[in-house]
Structure formats: structure tokens, C-alpha cells
Design a protein around this ligand. Sequence first.
Ligand SMILES: [Zn+2]
Length: 220
Amino acid sequence: MTTQHHLDDATLLRYASGDLDSAFTMVVAAHLAMCDKCRKAARDAEEIGGHMMDHVAQAPVSDDAFERMMARLDSGADEQIEVDLPKKSAPDSDVPLPLRALIGDHMDDVRWRLVAPGVRKYEIQQGKKGESSLYMLNISPGMAVPEHGHGGAEMTLILSGAYRDKLGVFGPGDVADLDEDIEHQPIVEPGEACICLVATEAPTRFKDLIVRLMQPFVRI
Ligand SMILES: [Zn+2]
């Protein structure tokens, strides 16, 4: 199995500078655990991010991003991913390492909730309210992936099974790193349910939209 769909460069840079919130950070970390190519790119991005932070003091990132990035640089990217992991080893686990602390070692243990015929969901509880949401979907073969969240970025990592949309086939390890402008209607491939990890931006986050709406006026 080869990963075909990778993280966006901008996402890697934001991850490296600690500017992604916890839901997106988890999807990125889970993909990095499955993808050598992006893991290398993330390491490069951390170096570039370090240089950028040196020169751009007023960058629009969260207050403690610099400290978090420095902590990450000090510890090394791979060690960062391993920080919150359970001590026990799980050689037969089918869950990417960073995700095990949240959902356990086996996909079979996930307590799915039926949300529509053929569609089961597991909401992953996170620390802070009002941030992006993180959840898993388990969708039966041949089903369309339901509409889920609008007005913000969305990142989906395929854990097992596959779906197809106009961008191609997404299988295990592939990540759909989409901004709000992309409309797509994924259909799960026949034969096996598609299990994926999804981060969606909180719908109350209109900051980017407002900036875009203002842009034509600012240019005058
Ligand atoms: Zn990748």
C-alpha cells in the first residue's frame, strides 16, 4: 500500500509552528505515524518554521506557539508524537500510535453510534470546548459519506477501507487536506467499510472568511 494523498505544505508548516489546534494536530500526527514522506517534510518544516519565527515576530499565531514550537524542536518531532502514548506495547494494534491514547489499541473496541443507515460515528472528546471537532466515521461499503460541517477547513485520514471522489481513491494512510472551497461527495468503495479520522474547523470560526470578504475593499 502506497500513500497517494499527503498533507498540504501549509498544514505541515502550521503543525511545525504549533499553530494547529488539537483536532487537526491529531490528524496530522496520525498521518505522520503512517507516512515516511510527510514525517521527513514535517522535520524540514520545523526547521523552516524556526527560522520564520526568528524573523517574523508579529506572525498571527497563538500566544504560546513559539514556546510550544521550541519545546517540540528541543524534544524532536518523533518524540513529540510519543509523549502521550500508553506505556504498554500493542504490536497487533490497527490504530496509529498517536491515536491510541484517545481510542485504544483496536478499531473493534471503538463504541460507534449509528447516526444514519450505514454510517456510524465516534465523537472523540478533547480538552477545550469551542475548538475544532475530532471524530471517527465508519461508513458501509457503497455508501456516500454524509455532509459533515461547512464553513471551515476539514482534514480526513483514512484508517481502513477506501473511498472515491473526484480527487481520486483514498485508502489507508491517505489524507484529504481540504479547505472550505472544495466540494466533494466521497463514496465508499465496495467490499469493506471505510473508517476515517476527521477534524473539522469549528463553525464559529469566521475570521478567515471575514478577511477574504474584506480583501477586495482593502485592495482599492
Ligand atoms: Zn504523507
